[in-house]
Ligand binder design. Structure first.
Ligand SMILES: [Mn+2]
Length: 294
């Protein structure tokens, strides 16, 4: 038992849950891709606690890519989107702490940048190897906290109000949430099917509408009908886009502050299509005090 105390959760043999179904009442705050932006993170955290004061059943879904901010050169070339200090470590540390305090109400989903720290393909947008660049600035204890958070991450979340939430825009390789529970992190090289499913969740930027329809039908149940995927991973200056009525990408990173968007949803509602989500009510600007972009 003494030894067990020294082991981290994912090393004790306790299975980490990879998917979650949210309750049918309460409020839901959803956003994606922080990429080390501490100002965006603090604004969202403040909003979570405001919503929680109004309704104790408020849930906060963080859809991955919390780490890897821009390099200084990118900040000079595109200051409106990329000039901010990289607070990846501070965000990792705070989310880890918040997950301990609110394990039932805060939900962290793995993104491909997060995955790159625990066996996923290395990303190289701002540095040749962004995982290596971040870890080289951390102490061994901090690296351990970072890896623990990524190892404990979810892969997908369902809200019975009709929404599947993932980091990328998922393929239809996933036919049952139970498939996610067998995928190891880092993935077992022999688990071809599991690697295909995980890749299908983390990397695609869009799908043909019929692929998303198949995915949503496969994951729906008699009492739980899914009508759209909410995801991140992509960038767009408008702060959001929807390719079809069943896919909605919400964007912070890569959009100017005035365009950055996140979602506030009613878990007791029933959203039948992306078109039912209203701007200013469900699709919200993170900085509404700024003049909207033309
Ligand atoms: Mn991504």
């Amino acid at each position: 038992m003494f030894l067990l105390g020294c082991l981290r959760e994912h090393e004790t043999g306790d299975r980490v849950k990879r998917s979650r179904i949210l309750p049918r009442s309460g409020r839901l705050l959803v956003h994606t891709d922080l990429h080390g932006n501490g100002e965006d993170f603090r604004r969202l955290k403040q909003r979570f606690f405001e919503m929680r004061r109004e309704n104790a059943e408020t849930h906060w879904v963080i859809l991955g890519d919390i780490v890897h901010g821009p390099c200084n050169e990118a900040g000079e070339v595109h200051p409106e989107v990329y000039r901010y200090p990289d607070e990846s470590w501070e965000i990792v540390s705070e989310i880890s702490q918040l997950l301990r305090e609110y394990p039932e109400h805060i939900h962290f989903v793995l993104g491909n940048h997060d995955f790159s720290h625990i066996g996923g393909p290395r990303t190289g947008r701002f540095y040749r190897d962004e995982a290596k660049a971040l870890e080289s600035r951390l102490t061994p204890q901090q690296v351990m906290v970072l890896h623990d958070l990524m190892h404990s991450a979810l892969f997908a979340i369902i809200a019975p109000c009709g929404i599947l939430m993932t980091h990328g825009c998922p393929s239809d390789a996933l036919t049952d949430l139970a498939q996610l529970e067998d995928i190891e992190l880092p993935p077992n090289p022999d688990d071809i099917a599991g690697r295909r499913i995980l890749g299908g969740l983390l990397f695609p930027y869009s799908q043909r509408p019929e692929v998303t329809d198949r995915l949503l039908i496969n994951l729906s149940r008699d009492d739980l009908e899914l009508s759209m995927v909410v995801y991140g991973h992509d960038r767009d200056p408008d702060g959001w886009f929807s390719e079809w009525d069943n896919q909605l990408c919400i964007i912070l990173f890569g959009a100017e502050p005035a365009a950055r968007r996140y979602l506030e949803l009613d878990l007791a509602a029933r959203y039948r299509s992306v078109r039912e989500l209203r701007h200013g009510i469900e699709i919200k600007r993170l900085y509404p005090e700024l003049d909207p972009l033309p």
